[in-house]
Design a binder for this molecule. Structure first.
Ligand SMILES: C[S@@+](CC[C@H](N)C(=O)[O-])C[C@H]1O[C@@H](n2cnc3c(N)ncnc32)[C@H](O)[C@@H]1O
Length: 256
C-alpha cells in the first residue's frame, strides 16, 4: 500500500551539519521516517453482527480522517523520555510519539484486535493499544527498557483518559466551528449525543480506562468504563466499585 512519510520535529540546536552557510559542503538533516503499510491477502471481511458492531464502534471522526489519510504526517509531537541506561539512551532517537502509534492503531485495527510490536522499546505501541481498547503483545530484547515500560504503564489510565478527552474536546470544537460556518450538522453520535458529520460516526465509542492490573511479570489487564468483561484480580474484586472508578473525574457528559 502507499507508504506514509512522518515528518519528524527536529529542533535540536545542533541539527545542521556541514560547513555552515558556506557552499559547497551542505549536508541535509534527516527529518523524516517511512511508515510502511503492508496488507496480507485481500481486504478484511466483517461477517458477524459482533464484528460489524465492533467496526462501527471503532470509527474515527470525519475531520480526523481528513488529516490522517494524508501520506505526509506533520505536527506529531515527540514524547519526552526519561531513559536511565546508556543503551536506552542510544536508542532514544528512534522512539516515536504516542500520537503516531495511536493513529495507526485507530486506522488499521478495530476494538479487541491484537497489535504486535516486535521491537517494543519504551512501550509506546502498547500504551497506544491500551488507550485504544486493543490487546497488544510487545517483544523487547533489552531488559533495561523494562523499568521505562513500567513507568509508562503506571500512568496509563490517567494519560489515556486525558488523551481521549482531548480527542473529544477537539471534535466538539470542530463541530462548533463547522456549524458556525455551514449550519447544523445532520447526524448525532448515539453514545454521546454530540454532532458528527457522517452516518459512519454515529456509533463511535471512546471508553475511558478505569484500572490496570499487573497479573504476572509484564502481563497487564486493563478495564474500561463500558461493555468489557475484564476479570479483576482477587483484591480488586473485593473492592470492585473502587477499582472501576477512574482516578481523574471523567466528564464526557459535560461535552454533550
Ligand atoms: C527503534 S527502538 C523502538 C522504539 C519504540 N518504537 C519506542 O517508541 O520506544 C527498537 C527496539 O527494538 C529492540 N530490538 C532490536 N532487535 C530486537 C530483537 N531481535 N528482538 C527484540 N527486540 C529487538 C531494540 O532493543 C530497541 O529497543
Amino acid at each position: 500500500m502507499p507508504e506514509i512519510i512522518w515528518r519528524k520535529q527536529t529542533n535540536a540546536p545542533n541539527k545542521f551539519m556541514g560547513s555552515g552557510m558556506l557552499p559547497p559542503g551542505a549536508y541535509v538533516t534527516l527529518e523524516h521516517e517511512y511508515i510502511l503499510i503492508l496488507r496480507k491477502g485481500n481486504k478484511r471481511n466483517f461477517n458477524t453482527q459482533t464484528e460489524k458492531k465492533l467496526r462501527q464502534e471503532s470509527a474515527y471522526f470525519w475531520e480526523e480522517r481528513n488529516i490522517w489519510f494524508s501520506d505526509v504526517w506533520v505536527g506529531l509531537k515527540g514524547t519526552k523520555q526519561n531513559l536511565k541506561t546508556a543503551e536506552a539512551n542510544r536508542n532514544r532517537s528512534a522512539a516515536f510519539p504516542f500520537e503516531l502509534a495511536y493513529r495507526l492503531i485507530q486506522m488499521f485495527s478495530i476494538r479487541g484486535d491484537v497489535v504486535l510490536d516486535p521491537y517494543l522499546g519504551t512501550g509506546t505501541t502498547t500504551a497506544a493499544a491500551m488507550a485504544s481498547e486493543r490487546n497488544s503483545v510487545g517483544v523487547e530484547k533489552d531488559e533495561s527498557f523494562k523499568s521505562v515500560i513500567l513507568d509508562k504503564i503506571s500512568t496509563i489510565v490517567d494519560d489515556s483518559n486525558e488523551y481521549i478527552l482531548n480527542r473529544i474536546a477537539n471534535h466538539l470544537q470542530f463541530v462548533e466551528i463547522r456549524e458556525d460556518s455551514k449550519g447544523p450538522m445532520k447526524y448525532e453520535n448515539n453514545n454521546y449525543g454530540f454532532k458528527v458529520m457522517t452516518k459512519q460516526e454515529q456509533n463511535i465509542i471512546l471508553n475511558y480506562l478505569t484500572s490496570i492490573t499487573q497479573s504476572e511479570d509484564m502481563f497487564f489487564e486493563v478495564c474500561y468504563s463500558v461493555g468489557n468483561d475484564c476479570q479483576l484480580n482477587k483484591m480488586e474484586k473485593e473492592d470492585k466499585d473502587l477499582a472501576k472508578k477512574p482516578s481523574k473525574t471523567i466528564t464526557l457528559d459535560t461535552f454533550t
